[in-house]
Ligand binder design. Structure first.
Ligand code: FPP
Length: 249
């Protein structure tokens, strides 16, 4: 994040503050295609993707959105070419190291969710450090899903709960939504109100399966590196037109 604060930091006048989502989730799709279209290697698309994400984080903070969650790496992404996987791991680590100071200055709390133990050791260390140092920050909660899979998250919650039942600490009929949520990686973070997916794909792709139950979904054809404030403004306008009923009439 850089400190280029212009008039853009204010919420656009046509958006209603009281109808903003509290939590926005993004599936940042299309980095590879963005690069390919310009005859560049895929990894260059990921670099530009980082800039788009930093911009969105700053925008959410400026506009008073309390939480942003980004899908950076899925449990299926290991199947990509080895050099791309290695590039991404190094990129995450470098960006984290470079941005930590500014996250502290900007009062950003960063948190990683996913099967973090399977990540390279050096990245795990960077992750632990950034989570520890920003844990009391309150301007915005920024969650990065890395080596994340929604089904895996649900399974590990089931195992932890089953273990408590086995130990006699919990009765099966005591397992309710609140109990379950406490065992998800996202414990303590409210569910996303709005999911944005770029590059026109209409899939959830194993992202926050439990948490997404009532999220509004906004899909744009824009490729992730081109996702900017104007595009986010359109997503929020569309969200504010929706009538959210949560199953009621
Ligand atoms: C999807 O585009 C993008 C990814 C799998 C990686 C996203 C990661 C970042 C933008 C970096 C985030 C960095 C930090 C530190 C949180 P794609 O490669 O699937 O594009 P394609 O669909 O066009 O192939």
């Amino acid at each position: 994040m850089t400190a280029h604060h212009t008039q853009l930091q204010y919420l656009p006048a046509d958006l209603k503050r009281e109808l903003l989502p509290k939590h926005v989730a993004v599936i940042m799709d299309g980095n590879g295609r963005w690069a390919k279209r310009q005859g560049l290697p895929r990894i260059i698309g990921h670099k530009h993707g980082v800039d788009a994400l930093k911009d969105l984080l700053r925008c959410c903070k400026d506009w008073g959105i309390a939480a942003l969650t980004a899908y950076a790496f899925s449990t299926e992404n290991w199947k990509r070419p080895q050099e791309e996987v290695e590039f991404l791991m190094t990129l995450f680590q470098r960006v984290l190291r470079q941005e930590l100071r500014e996250m502290l200055e900007e009062n950003v709390q960063i948190r990683f969710v996913g099967n973090l133990q399977a990540l390279p050791r050096i990245l795990q260390e960077e992750i632990s450090r950034s989570m520890e140092e920003t844990k009391d920050n309150r301007a915005i909660r920024f969650t990065v899903a890395t080596n994340y899979g929604g089904r895996q998250e649900i399974l590990q919650a089931c195992r932890a709960i089953a273990d408590q039942v086995k130990q006699g600490l919990l009765q099966p009929d005591e397992i309710d939504e609140a109990t379950f949520e406490r065992h998800l990686y996202t414990a303590g973070i409210c569910d996303p109100d709005l999911l944005i997916r770029t590059s026109g794909e209409m899939r959830i792709s194993n992202f926050l399966l439990w948490q997404m139950a009532y999220a509004e979904i906004y899909i744009t054809d824009t490729l992730w590196p081109d996702f900017d404030r104007a595009e986010f403004h359109r997503a929020l306008s569309a969200y504010q037109q929706r009538e959210r009923r949560f199953g009621k009439v």
